[in-house]
Design a protein around this ligand. Structure first.
Ligand code: FAD
Length: 477
């Protein structure tokens, strides 16, 4: 029997469920990654994520070659390419890992159908999360929509069966990997240019790629994990792990990370931070579970009553939106955060909350417009977490911020970037303002802030308008 393993958001060659299963159950195993032309064709020609995938794929290929195999790549629509390649190679089955996004589920169903029509099998496995779909349910068998009870049930389930964290080794049956075709061409992987892309600034930002990048970020984070609880809210501080891009593309094993953190906690070595960080990983699984059970959240409010809200529209709304995108709102913390996103593709979690809340509740713009902007610009864009984050900020989501809780962008700035260190990094034109002035520059004479815009709205007035706008959902909350 021979098998084709189709890599998607699991760009690694260790602790990989589909690859492990394929090696265990067949004599010959091929691996493929498809640069999905339907996804790539609509992206700008410089895209950090394509760069990241490209570099990470090279590492997977190198690792597979070490093990005696190699990676096949194609630039095509997987709907055709997978059944075609399976036929070319004459494999009996295609193995992959689950993807919970509605479009991916539909794609996989279509691929499965095409394979089955040709007498081939299709198997998919849980890999990117510890618990998926309906594995964590309430005591009455319901799907959770509130995080804390979900988290408690998740932790209880893990405690009851820690073997879910066991690694899925590749090495024992690595000899079954199909060797590279011989004579092996020097280079089989496409260049970025061949894919139609130009290099982005990913390398100059020194964002580490691939399995090695994920491993080194995690290694650097572990000594900081005990301080995570206190440090994670301050964008000028190296508090979080910066691993989200690696979670997104599966250059790390979630099982390995959770195992490491649980070990630390059991040894009493992770301080308060380890449990808080683990809870963030559980948020990730919570949102994946929500998307799986409620795919209508793509484009629609989790709480449908919130779809009755009337957002600002027309040319003025477009101007406000454009100012937000470009970081020209006149609110330094918001603008510095948007500059961070635009320049690096990363935005600190506190700032994602602040900028999303500002767009929705200060500018009155439909959260879906912000969601789409983040989707295009975030290196770590993940449909489930991004949608969950935006619906949290718009109060329309499950376990969301109540609609009347509206962040004040000035107090958020004073609290989380008190000395203005983060703001100065991204808005050098405000460098000379004092630590006190930098949060509300419109209060200092204009000559001291020549290149900085006036605030596009006044927060107190915007707040009142938002409470009126949300009156339509008052009764349902
Ligand atoms: P750490 O603090 O080190 O957290 C570790 C990991 O836990 C993250 O890498 C991520 O996988 C997960 N995680 C942390 N916080 C959350 C959260 N609130 N929800 C879900 N998972 C979480 N995260 C994404 O991965 N992709 C997105 O597209 C995304 N969009 C967001 C949009 C908004 C409006 C908001 C408020 C949050 C969004 N998040 C998203 C969640 C969070 O901001 C990022 O995961 C985090 O900032 C990534 O940085 P880190 O890896 O250093 O995080």
């Amino acid at each position: 029997k021979s098998t084709l393993v189709w890599l998607r958001r699991d760009l690694r060659a260790f602790d990989h469920v589909a690859l492990h299963q394929a090696l265990q159950h067949s004599e010959r195993v091929y691996c493929v990654f498809i640069y999905d032309s339907t996804i790539l064709s609509v992206l700008p020609r410089q895209d950090r994520r394509v760069d990241f995938i490209h570099a990470s794929i090279a590492e997977v290929d190198a690792e597979l070659r070490q093990l005696g195999g190699y990676l096949i790549t194609r630039h095509a629509d997987p709907l055709q390419a997978i059944p075609q390649l399976a036929a070319e190679l004459g494999v009996d089955a295609v193995f992959c890992n689950h993807d919970y996004e509605p479009q991916a589920i539909a794609r996989d169903a279509a691929v499965q159908q095409a394979l089955q029509a040709a007498g081939r099998q299709f198997f998919s496995y849980k890999d990117q999360v510890i618990f998926e779909k309906s594995e964590v349910l309430s005591q009455t068998g319901g799907v959770f929509s509130v995080f804390t009870p979900y988290k408690n049930a998740w932790l209880k389930k893990l405690a009851a069966d820690p073997s879910v964290l066991a690694p899925y080794h590749i090495e024992p049956h690595a000899a079954r990997l199909a060797p590279p075709p011989s004579p092996s061409p020097d280079r089989q992987l496409p260049t970025l240019a061949e894919l139609g892309f130009e290099p982005s600034n990913l390398a100059s930002l020194q964002i580490p790629t691939g399995m090695s990048g994920a491993a080194s970020l995690f290694e650097q984070f572990l000594p900081r994990i005990a301080q995570y609880k206190d440090a994670r809210d301050f964008p000028a501080v190296k508090g979080p792990s910066y691993l989200s891009l690696h979670f997104r593309f599966g250059t790390l094993s979630v099982r390995h990370l959770v195992r490491t953190v649980v070990d630390l906690m059991e040894r009493g070595a992770g301080g308060e931070g380890a449990a808080v960080w683990l809870a963030e990983l559980i948020w990730r699984e919570f949102y994946a579970m929500i998307l799986y059970h409620h795919p209508y959240v793509v484009g629609g409010s989790f709480k449908p009553a919130y779809d009755a809200i009337e957002w600002e529209q027309g040319p003025h709304a477009d101007e406000l939106f454009a100012a937000w995108c470009a970081g020209r709102t006149g609110y330094p913390l918001v603008d510095a955060a948007m500059a961070q996103l635009n320049q690096t593709g990363y935005m600190h979690n506190r700032l994602r909350m602040v900028t999303a809340c500002f767009l929705i509740k200060d500018l009155g713009i439909d959260w879906r417009r912000g969601e789409a902007y983040f989707a295009l610009h975030l290196n770590d864009f993940d449909l489930a977490s991004n949608n969950g984050g935006w619906q949290w900020a718009s109060s329309s989501g499950c376990d969301a911020q109540p609609y009347f809780r509206i962040f004040n962008p000035i107090t958020q700035s004073e609290k989380f970037d008190a000395s203005g260190k983060f703001i100065r990094r991204y808005l050098p034109q405000l460098k000379s303002l004092s630590d006190k002035e930098i949060h509300a520059p419109w209060l200092v004479p204009r000559m001291l802030r020549p290149d900085y815009p006036e605030p596009i709205v006044m927060h107190d007035e915007a707040r009142k308008r938002t409470l009126e706008r949300y009156a339509v959902v008052k009764k349902t909350d």
